[in-house]
Every structure is written in C-alpha cells, then in structure tokens.
Design a protein around this ligand. Structure first.
Ligand code: PLP
Length: 392
C-alpha cells in the first residue's frame, strides 16, 4: 500500500511517544537529547508543567469561539507582547507563513491607506526563508522550493543579504517595504550584522518604507532577547512571529506599530482559528516563563557556555567542523563533511539536530536546556567527531 501521508518530506524512520524537558523518547525505547526542539518551536522543551496545566485547564473550558466575539485570552497575550516590544497592534494566526502573509498585506495596505497605492513592491534577501505558501515562496525566491510552482508572484525584488549598496539601488518609487530575518534560519544560521539592520532602518526612514522583520525562528527568546532585533538597538515597523510563541501549539502573529497598522481596519483581514482561546492560553503560559526574572539572561549565559564548547570542538576537529555561527541558542555548525551525515551520526548517538543550507547543522536546544545537558550534547558531538576523524 502507498503511504497515506503525501510524501513531501523525506522522513527519518523514527517516531516518538513522549517528551520531557530536553529529552524525547522514541517508540522503540531509545532516549534522545533534543537539540532540534521541533525546529525552534519547543522553546520550553516537552511537556513543560506550567504549559501543560494551562492547556489542560483551558481544554476543559473553551477551545474556539471564532473572531466574531471578544477573546480575553488573545487580548491579554496581545497586550503583553506589545508591552514588551515596539508593537501596538497584534493579529493572531496559526503559523509562520500566515504571519508573513499578514506582513505583506499590511505593508501594501499601509501605503494604500496613506495615498501611495503605487507602493506595492517588497525587497527581500538571498538565502531567505519565509514559509511555504506561494506568496512566501515568491518572497524568498529559493529555486529549490519553487521548482514546478512558478511563475512566482510578482511584487518582490531580491538583493544580496548584507549588501546595503545593492539594497539602496533596488529602492524605487514602487517600493513598499523591506522584509528580512534578523538571523536567517533555514538559510544556514546567518545573523545580519548590527550595521546592516541599522542601515535597513535608515533606508526605510529615508524613503518612507516599512521595515518588516521575520522573527518566526529567531524571536521569542531564542537569541537571549525576547526579539532578536533588540540586539541591534532598532525596531521594525511590523514583525512576524510563530514557532516559539506557542511552544508547540500552532500559533503565529504579526505585530505592528499603530501607524504601520493604520489601514488594517474591520474587514481587511481575518482567520477562522487565529487567536482562539486554547492557542492564546498556551501562548500566555509560554510567555509567563520566558518573561520570568532572569530567564533570558540564563539563555544568554547557557548560550555562551554552549558556544564556547562548540568552538573548542570545531578547533579540535577541523576535518569535520569548520566554524560555529549564530546568536544565543540559535547556533549553526558549519560542516566540512556533509551536514546530513553529521546529523545522522549524531542522531545514531542520541542527539537530535537540524540541517540547514550552506552545509550547516542547526543547534537549537529548548531554552530551558540545562548545563549538564549541554555537556551531554557536546560529549556526543565530541565522541562522534573523534570516531569519524579516526576512521578518515
Ligand atoms: C519556519 C519559518 C517560517 C514558516 O513558518 P510555518 O509555521 O512553517 O509556516 C517563516 N519564516 C521563518 C524565518 C521560519 O523559520
């Protein structure tokens, strides 16, 4: 019989039945240290007691009512996200792609609302990833993802990630906005420099463009700040978040300043599920933990510890690992040998990581990871590299 699941993923033959903190337990009884965190989703690891209690409590009361009515849990989550960011308005959806779609619509609507309807084009960057909807694919313009799905949607101009000169040359009277990941994830853990992000802010201010950040992977504490752009000391006009926001429950959002969201009035956008009581209760519970005193400082301290150990390993096994890059607990090991082989061998040894572009493996532990677990993971990487180096 053919697989009833549409085979759009080349899946690893491994299934899990239970998770606890930074560990996953497979159906065959094996235990894995999870430094993939569902691709930066399980910010608080698996089965976090506070989140489980919030979810099960809400599950017995109310799941879904539609956006025809007020949703106090959503209002509370929106107010808290705004209180801790540049934003003044939040729209909840269910995934990252939808949040990016919202940013694109918001940018076009903003200029239309302000009497500049000709401003519709959005500048994006090489190596970007914004999701798998047709618009998001068109924005990122990755040929591997677009094969057979063309022609792409018009309205996007792509320039080299990090190149401000090329960016300035691409701005025209039709440009509406600039869309960028402050740290590229799928693209291979490539952080934008502070100068680049500040340069983008300056160009947007000079030409009246909206600066749109895709913090779906790098946001929600992953880099040691609630939002990655805080490291650069600038703010966007609007931003997409998802992944860590629900800690594993499908929840996304786009957030904006009041001015940027001015055109998003009643009837302009919608989502049946978006911001339902169950999802936003979970989002509030995740935020309770991330906003606890010292939580983000601990992420930064653990990240420095992990990075130091990884840099040491890269220096000692140059035939296997080339360099460490990234920010906070969003780290990438640039490999010399194929990254898929590295991920497979680490998995066989009990450590889960995620491959990315540019022959990188992503190291994305849950933010609640403990130092002993970092030691355990680095021990697995060390033994794997040592055996590999010996065999070579
Ligand atoms: C994962 C991701 C997306 C897409 O999110 P989905 O929830 O899969 O739709 C978009 N942008 C970035 C930067 C991502 O990492």
């Amino acid at each position: 019989m053919i697989d009833a699941i549409m085979p759009t993923y080349a899946r690893i033959p491994l299934a899990f039945e239970r998770g606890e903190g930074a560990y996953l337990y497979a159906t065959d009884g094996r235990r894995f240290l999870d430094f993939a965190a569902g691709i930066a989703v399980n910010a608080l690891g698996h089965a976090h007691p506070h989140v489980v209690a919030a979810l099960t409590g809400q599950a017995q009361k109310l799941w879904h009512v539609s956006n025809l009515y007020e949703i106090p849990e959503a209002k509370r989550l929106a107010e808290r996200l705004c209180a801790h960011s540049f934003a003044e308005r939040v729209f909840f959806c269910n995934s990252g792609t939808e949040a990016v779609e919202g940013l694109i619509k918001l940018a076009r609507k903003y200029h239309h609302h302000n009497g500049r309807p000709e401003r519709t084009r959005i500048i994006t960057f090489s190596g970007a990833f914004h999701g798998r909807s047709w618009t998001a694919l068109s924005a990122a313009n990755n040929p591997a993802h677009l094969e057979g799905f063309g022609p792409v949607s018009g309205g996007f101009d792509q320039v080299a990630f990090g190149n401000l000169n090329e960016l300035r040359a691409a701005v025209s009277g039709e440009t509406a906005a600039i869309l960028v990941e402050p740290v590229q994830g799928e693209g291979g853990i490539r952080p934008a420099t502070t100068e680049f992000l500040r340069g983008l802010r300056a160009v947007c201010d000079e030409f009246g463009l909206l600066l749109l950040f895709d913090e779906i992977q790098c946001g929600m504490g992953r880099t040691g700040k609630l939002f990655a752009h805080e490291w650069a000391g600038i703010a966007p006009d609007a931003m997409a978040v998802a992944k860590g926001l629900g800690g594993g429950f499908p929840l996304g959002a786009f957030m904006a300043s009041e001015a940027a969201a001015a055109g998003m009035t009643a009837g302009t956008h919608g989502s049946t599920y978006g911001g339902n009581p169950l999802a936003t209760t979970v989002g509030n519970a995740v935020l309770d933990i991330i906003l606890e005193d010292g939580f983000l400082e601990a992420v930064t301290a653990k990240a420095a510890y992990l990075r130091g150990k990884l840099e040491d390993l890269a220096a000692r096994y140059p035939a296997i690992l080339e360099a460490v890059r990234g920010q906070g607990l969003m780290l990438g090991l640039k490999c010399v040998v194929p990254n898929a082989d590295v991920a497979a061998r680490l998995r066989d040894a009990g450590l889960l990581v995620v491959p990315a572009a540019e022959n990188v493996v992503r190291i994305l532990p849950p933010l609640i990871v403990e130092e002993v677990q970092i030691d355990e993971a680095c021990g697995i990487i060390e033994r794997t590299c040592a055996r590999w180096a010996e065999a070579a």
